[in-house]
Structure formats: C-alpha cells, structure tokens
Design a protein. Sequence first.
Length: 342
Amino acid sequence: MRRHLATLTAITLTAACLAAFPVFADDEVNVYSSRKEALIKPLLDRFTQETGIEVNLVTGKDAALLQRLKSEGANSPADLLITTDAGNLHRAKAAGVTQAFLSEGLAEVIPASYRDAEGHWVGLTLRARPILYVKEQVDPASLSTYEALADPAFKGRICIRSSDNIYNQSLVASLIAANGVEATETWAKGLVANLARPPKGGDRDQIKAAAAGECGIAVANTYYLAGMLESEEPAQRAAAEAMGVFWPNQEGRGTHVNVSGAAVTAAAKHREAAVRLVEYLAEPEAQAWYAQANGEYPVRTGVALSPTLAAWGTFKADDLDLSRLGELNAEALRLMDRAGWR
C-alpha cells in the first residue's frame, strides 16, 4: 500500500487537526468480527490513522457472535458485524440484528449479486469453492462440473467436510437454485456414495487427506489452499503443493463463489462511523490488502490479486444473487439430511 506509506508523515502531522475537526460525527465504532484479529486489525488501525475514528474489535465464532447480538438486543454495543459466508449474513438479517445501510458509493463498486437486495449486508471479499485434485493421481481432463462428482467413476475418490458446514450448505443451495430440489437431492446421494471416508475435519483436513492418498479429489475453499501454500509449516506446504485447482462448470453457470461481508447492526449507536468503515474496506487499496491477507479475491473489479491466486488463472464465477444462498439454506439442510450426508 504505497499511498499509505507515502502519507504516513502527513497523517501524523494532521492527527491533531482530525481530532479537533472530525470529518465524521462519530469518533468510534465497535466491531464484532469472525475474522481472526491478525487478518483484519492492521487495516482497522489504518482506518483509525486516516479518520481519527477508533475501532474497538471483538472476535469470535460466527454462531457465537450472532447469538451474542440476539441476546444483547437493543443494548448491544456492536455497530458492525463482519462475518463469513452469505448464509451467515442472511441469518443475521433474518434474526433482526441488522439494518439497511447501503450507501450510494457502496452500490457503485460492489456488484448487486454480492450484496443484500435490501441493503442489510455487502460482500467485502470473494472466496471460491472449486474442485482440488492430486496432480499425480487425477487427470484434470476427467473433471468438469460439480454435478459430475456424483458419477460412479469417482466412487471412493472424494473428500469433503460435513453437512453442518455453512460452506457446503451454501454450495448445495447454489445447486438447488440452478437445478432444483429433486435433481440436487439425487446429486447429493451420488456424492455421498462416492466419498472416500465419512466427512470429518475442516477444508485443510480434506486437502491433507487427498495429499496423503486417502482420496484424489477434495472440495475446499481456495483461501485454505492459499494459506497452506504460504504456511511456515513444511508439511502444510507440501500437502498444498500436491494439489491442483480445477474450476468447475466453466461451460455453464460458473464456479460457486461466496463472500465474507459486513452488516451494520440494528442496535448501532455509531451508525455513521460504521458505514464509513465499510466504505473504507471497499476502497481499492484496502481491498488489495484485505483480500491478500485472507487469501481471498477482491469483491470489486480492477484490484490486483495476490501472486498465489493469480497463479491459478482466471475463472468464470457463478453470478447467482448470493442472497439466494441464505434463502435456500433450510432447504439445503433438509436435502443433505435426506441424502445421508453426515
């Protein structure tokens, strides 16, 4: 972020002026975030340097933060919720703990499919969930679509995490939106029949299992693979380096993508500062840093990718309105249960 470095002296010299003549009415904003502190706090600190608005950060698991917001109600100190997956953002909206806040600036730079139609949340980074394959075992020419993973040719060759994972629930919701409930249930039963082992662990565990020879194919979010490739642990790097990335459904709707995003809380006492922070996170330089720190893709166009993501090439992303992932979540859960997806 060359501009931030170049203006560091100016920021220091003008700090007193910012304090005396604040640009914004609010001088602080309270954030509940499911992103780990190291992956977001440096950017929040830069926001404070540039605006004089202090950011108070509380981190935790997605479900725990949502429950906390519900329990606190109107007395919640939180102004902004930053969380992963459109499904989680939809749950927060459905629980009544968010409010409409979409500004004209955000509407201009964040595609409509990556934000709530009623303005309750916006995506800040994109994550793709492609098919990963063991380079020495699987010919990528044998891969094509998510739907094809139910083909008996892949019996005993697939690793994927459990049905209680929101990422898989959103993937299934996207298949329901594309193909309908009946066809997706048939697909889910075929996928379960092709699993190399009962679902267990997270996305990194699927990658490790594939690299260890338990399966040839894993379905996982790209940022887990990126994190492993950039890890200081040799074993994680070795497992990730054994994997190739295949972008499914390129001849059709495109690869399933999701977002991490933000929502202003219904109880926000510092609404103006919260909206300003979201706008800041959508600026090009913040997008570049935030996406690279999290191993994800910028949500707005024209922002450079990290070298790791750029090495995987470009792909066609499914342009499904991500609000549908939350709307179809309950149906996806019921379908996965009927299919025997543990």
